[in-house]
Design a binder for this molecule. Structure first.
Ligand SMILES: NC(=O)c1ccc[n+]([C@@H]2O[C@H](COP(=O)([O-])OP(=O)(O)OC[C@H]3O[C@@H](n4cnc5c(N)ncnc54)[C@H](O)[C@@H]3O)[C@@H](O)[C@H]2O)c1
Length: 366
C-alpha cells in the first residue's frame, strides 16, 4: 500500500476496534468482495493487526470475481490468499474458517443498472452460498453486508431511520434489483439463524466513502471530486435536494468490526453517521469552496434511471442501537473526510489539473 492517507486510516481503525479484536488472533477470515472498496480496508486492517496487535496472525482468504473490483492493495504474503471466484456459484474451501465477511455486491447504481441480474444473484445466491459455508464450517461469526437502501424512500416520520423501520421500497423500480436482493439477503440470514443457528449478523451501511473507491463509479463523492478535478464542474443529478449522511471509511470499518466480533446474532445494525444530513447541492457547495469556488455546479440528468426518478429523498440513520450495544461513535466530520478523500485522489491518481495548485493554496492538500 503506497498511500499515506490509507496507512493513517488503517492505524486509526486498528486502535478503535476494541478489546474483542483478539478474537481474530490465530483465526482464519474469509472475505468476499475483497478487491472492492470496503473489502480492501478489511484486508489492510487485518494485515496491520497481524503486524502490531494480534498475539497470533490471522489468515485471510479473499474471494472476488472482479466484476467491479479493480485490485488488491495488499502485497503477496503468507497470511493472504486471493481466489478468483463468482460467489453466486458454490464454493469449496478445504481449510477451517472462523469468520466470514460477506461483502461481495454491486453497490454503485451505475453498475447495478448495467449488471441487473448479476446484482440480484450476488445479493441472494452469493449470500446463501456464504451462509451454507458458515453452517458447514461452524464459524464463530459471519457478517453480511446489507444496505441502508433496504429502507427505500423512507417516510419522513422515520428519519433518522431505526432498524425497526420496514422500509418503503418499490419491487419493480429502477433500484429494486439492488434493494430487494439485499432485503432477501437479510431474510436468508434470519432463516439460517433460526433454522441452523448460524451466528450471522448484518450491517446496513449509510453512504460510506473514502480512499480506495473507484473514482469512475458514479457514487456521489468520487463523482463530484473526479469531475471537479478533471472537468471543472460537478454534476448534480436532478434538482439536488435529496439528502444523505456521509460516513468516512474509518468510522464505518470500525463499526463493521465491532458488529462482526460481537455476540449479537440474528440482528441488523445501522452503520453510518447521523451528524450532518446534507443535500447534494450543499455537498457540491462544500467541495466547490475547497476549490476556491473555481468549479461549477451543474444540474443535469443522471446516467441511469436510478439517479433522478427513483432517488430516495432522505437518508439518515438512527444509531441508538450501535451506540448503546456496541459503543460505536463516528468521529470524522464531513469536511475532514472530504479533504482526506481529495488528498488520496491526488496522491494515487495521475491527475494533471490546474486545480491542484488551488487546493494547495487553500491547504486542502500538502
Ligand atoms: N460503500 C457503501 O456506502 C455501501 C453502502 C451500503 C452497502 N454496501 C455494501 O457493502 C458491500 C461492499 O461495498 P463496496 O463499497 O466495497 O463495493 P465495491 O463495489 O467497491 O466492492 C464490491 C466487490 O464485490 C465484488 N463482487 C461483486 N459480485 C461478485 C460476485 N458474484 N462474486 C465475487 N465478487 C463479487 C466486486 O468485484 C467488488 O470487488 C457491498 O455488498 C455493498 O452492496 C456498501
Amino acid at each position: 500500500m503506497n498511500s499515506k492517507i490509507m496507512q493513517e486510516d488503517i492505524k486509526t481503525i486498528a486502535q478503535n476496534i476494541g478489546e474483542n479484536v483478539q478474537r481474530l488472533s490465530g483465526a482464519t477470515v474469509l472475505i468476499t468482495g475483497g478487491a472492492g472498496f470496503l473489502g480492501n480496508y478489511f484486508i489492510l486492517t487485518i494485515d496491520y493487526l497481524n503486524k502490531h496487535v494480534l498475539k497470533k496472525p490471522c489468515k485471510m482468504i479473499s474471494i472476488d470475481n472482479f466484476i467491479t473490483g479493480l485490485k488488491y492493495n495488499i502485497e503477496d504474503q503468507e497470511n493472504f490468499k486471493a481466489i478468483k471466484h463468482d460467489v453466486t456459484k458454490p464454493l469449496q474451501i478445504d481449510e477451517p474458517i472462523d469468520f466470514i465477511i460477506s461483502a461481495a455486491g454491486i453497490a454503485s447504481p451505475l453498475f447495478y443498472r448495467k449488471y441487473i441480474i448479476e446484482t440480484i444473484d450476488v445479493g441472494v445466491f452469493g449470500t446463501k452460498n456464504m451462509l451454507e459455508l458458515a453452517k458447514d464450517k461452524k464459524v464463530k461469526s459471519m457478517l453480511f453486508f446489507s444496505s441502508s437502501e433496504i429502507y427505500g424512500d423512507p417516510d419522513p416520520r422515520f428519519v433518522p431511520t431505526p432498524e425497526t423501520y420496514y422500509g418503503n421500497v418499490s419491487p419493480i423500480g429502477p433500484r429494486s434489483n439492488y434493494d430487494e436482493s439485499k432485503r432477501l439477503g437479510e431474510t436468508l440470514c434470519i432463516a439460517y439463524y433460526d433454522t441452523h443457528k448460524v451466528p450471522i449478523k448484518w450491517v446496513r451501511p449509510f453512504n460510506v466513502y473514502g480512499p480506495g473507491m473507484r473514482i469512475d463509479d458514479y457514487r456521489v463523492v468520487p463523482n463530484f471530486v473526479a469531475n471537479a478535478l478533471q472537468k471543472g464542474f460537478m454534476p448534480v443529478y436532478g434538482a439536488g435536494y435529496s439528502t444523505r449522511t456521509f460516513c468516512y471509511v474509518t468510522d464505518a470499518i470500525t463499526g463493521f468490526f465491532k458488529v462482526l466480533l460481537s455476540d449479537f446474532n440474528g440482528e441488523a445494525f445501522n452503520v453510518g453517521t447521523d451528524r450532518e444530513e446534507i443535500s447534494m447541492r450543499d455537498l457540491a457547495k462544500i467541495i466547490a469552496e475547497m476549490f476556491d469556488n473555481t468549479v461549477e455546479i451543474r444540474n443535469m440528468d443522471g446516467p441511469t434511471d436510478a439517479y433522478v426518478t427513483a432517488d430516495p429523498k432522505r437518508r439518515c440513520p438512527d444509531l441508538t442501537k450501535m451506540r448503546t450495544k456496541l459503543h460505536y461513535m463516528p468521529t470524522v466530520d464531513l469536511r475532514t473526510g472530504l479533504k482526506r478523500f481529495i488528498r488520496w485522489v491526488i496522491e494515487t491518481h495521475d491527475i494533471k489539473s490546474l486545480y491542484v495548485d488551488i487546493l494547495r493554496k487553500k491547504k486542502i492538500i500538502e
